[in-house]
Design a protein around this ligand. Structure first.
Ligand code: PRT
Ligand code: ZN
Length: 291
């Protein structure tokens, strides 16, 4: 029914670590909708798109099979499933690492020490590829959950699991050994949807908006007044100030300078600008940058 109405369908995680930011991204792209975790579909009021809320593990297959045209999922899940989908855009949230950890007292200190050891994981596919690349012959113990308990239960000598802050590993007496995969959420697409003219056009509209939002995230717009002769100095202070907008002011010898600056350096930059003669500095958030 919904699969043939010409509207895009995007599969999002129904309830979990990726849900809020996935929804937030679509809202930042100007899409209006009511998102209800209980309902399978949530239609957008102002864009030809319906949200399909499912478990994250099912997203790659649903997108591959065309049940959904688009999906947002962690690269960890995507790489494990080995589905044929197109990766369109990394989204910068849901960051984590797939890591091999060992008990604190373990004699395993380097990759080669994993030889003939048992590694417990819910990511047997990624782990096997990694071990093959490294030329290490270890035994993979496929687990379905509570991986961090495997060494204590003597089911495994090491584990390969998702780590973000590392506190779960520490609480279980584990020490990180090495990173197998760095992961973040990505936007994926069904390959046939990208060839259908109408769908492709809607996907591209969405992509432009998503890129604009990602580009603007973590950036501020700066406006200030300054003596014209201070402009070369100001340029050196603001890292991103390659070609600033410089507008002459009625007051001769003064200019208005506009620029974009990264949030993390912004306070330092502001203080230095003031010292360099800038005044009336205005800082505003940026909603989007369309290039
Ligand atoms: O129900 P559903 O199957 O949809 O959800 P889920 O429970 O399988 O997934 P969820 O919501 O836990 O994670 C969704 C995605 O978020 C993952 O596939 C990753 O891409 C990403 N992500 C980011 C994480 C983490 N951070 C994370 N910390 N996924 C899992 N964890 C786990 C980790 O395995 C550990 O056990 O959280 C625990 C705490 O981690 P520390 O290191 O912060 O202690
Ligand atoms: Zn899951």
């Amino acid at each position: 029914m919904l699969a043939t109405n010409g509207r895009l369908k995007i599969a999002l995680q129904r309830s979990g670590r990726l849900t809020d930011e996935s929804i937030g991204l679509l809202r930042a792209c100007g899409l209006e909708f009511e998102f209800q975790k209980q309902s399978l579909y949530s239609p957008s009021r102002n864009f030809p798109l319906d949200i399909l809320a499912i478990r994250d593990d099912d997203i790659p297959e649903y997108v591959q099979d065309g049940v959904a045209d688009l999906g947002i999922v962690g690269q960890n899940i995507l790489r494990e499933k080995k589905t044929r989908v197109k990766e369109l855009l990394p989204l910068g949230f849901g960051r984590c690492r797939l890591m091999i950890s060992v008990p604190q007292r373990s004699t395993i200190r380097a990759t080669r020490d994993l030889k003939r050891k048992r590694i417990g994981t819910t990511y047997p596919g990624i782990l096997q590829r990694f071990l093959t690349e490294q030329g290490v012959n270890a035994e993979i113990i496929k687990l379905s959950g509570s991986v961090e308990l495997a060494p204590t239960l003597d089911v495994a000598d090491a584990i390969c699991d998702i780590v973000s802050t590392g506190s779960t590993a520490r609480m279980n007496g584990l020490r990180p050994l090495l990173t197998v995969l760095e992961s973040e959420a990505v936007l994926i697409a069904n390959r046939r949807s990208l060839q259908e003219k109408a769908k492709k056009a809607d996907i591209e509209r969405l992509l432009i908006r998503a890129r604009g939002y990602l580009e603007a995230r973590g950036k501020r717009y700066l406006m200030m007044n300054a003596p014209a002769k201070a402009v070369p100095h100001l340029k050196r202070i603001i890292p991103s100030l390659k070609s600033p907008t410089v507008v002459p002011l009625a007051d001769s010898g003064m200019v208005a300078v506009h620029s974009v600056v990264a949030e993390d350096v912004f306070w330092d930059v502001m203080e230095n600008l003031k010292k360099a003669g800038a005044s009336d500095i205005i800082v505003t958030p940026i909603e989007t940058i369309i290039r």
